[in-house]
Design a protein around this ligand. Structure first.
Ligand SMILES: [Zn+2]
Length: 213
């Protein structure tokens, strides 16, 4: 079977399974457990379009997953069907971040690309935080800005999770030539946590839209 899950869908399944397993660990009421399990199954079937019988089969019997260990094993097996964040060429990177002269990116092959809905790193040369977002047709959107070092508990504008966040500021072209304005949003300090919290890539696109508004 070919890979068919995007990282955000994988995270969504993980989140639903976690809920189901937590209910089984914390409740003795079989009715409650069953309700949570059914809801998890429905949520997954609603958001992940399962095209082939094999795909359906793979995610058909989630109530058999009863504890953390079952969940870990199942997710490990499921991960082989996740479509990883694409390998990006230097040309694509230059196109996404035209204002940064000499881009320094971490080695992408050392990252777990199946966990990545988007890619974020701090560019060593400019000190800027770069966010690379995959779009359809193999294109990318690049967002660059500065992220403050100080952090606090708050809601992240990308993943909507309640996490340690810090202010991320981007410079925006104003309506008049040569004029700029700044726009700040609180986002997760840790990009790995942020990616894990992203269970629907639309939240990421919504974040991009607010920056462009
Ligand atoms: Zn986040």
């Amino acid at each position: 079977m070919e890979s068919f899950l995007y990282p955000d869908q994988y995270h969504h399944i993980e989140q639903q399974l976690y809920r189901s397993v937590s209910a089984q660990a914390n409740s003795i009421d079989q009715g409650v457990i069953q309700a949570v399990q059914e809801l998890a199954q429905e949520e997954i079937e609603r958001t992940v379009r399962l095209a082939s019988p094999e795909q359906k089969q793979l995610l058909a019997n989630l109530s058999a997953i009863q504890d953390q260990e079952d969940m870990r094993r199942f997710l490990q097996q499921l991960k082989q069907y996740v479509i990883p964040f694409p390998i990006v060429s230097d040309k694509q990177l230059e196109k996404a971040f035209p204002k940064i002269k000499k881009l320094h990116t971490p080695a992408i092959d050392e990252l777990d690309r199946k966990e990545m809905v988007y890619w974020r790193w701090v560019d060593k040369g400019s000190g800027k935080t770069c966010i690379l977002i995959p779009k359809k047709e193999g294109k990318f959107t690049g967002i660059e800005g500065y992220q403050e070092l100080s952090q606090q508990k708050g809601v992240c504008s990308i993943c909507n999770g309640l996490e340690e966040v810090s202010l991320f500021t981007v410079k925006k072209k104003g309506q008049m030539r040569g004029m700029y304005s700044k726009k700040g949003n609180y986002i997760c300090k840790n990009p790995e946590i942020c990616n894990k919290n992203l269970t629907n890539i639309d939240s990421l696109y919504a974040f991009v839209d607010t920056l462009n508004a």
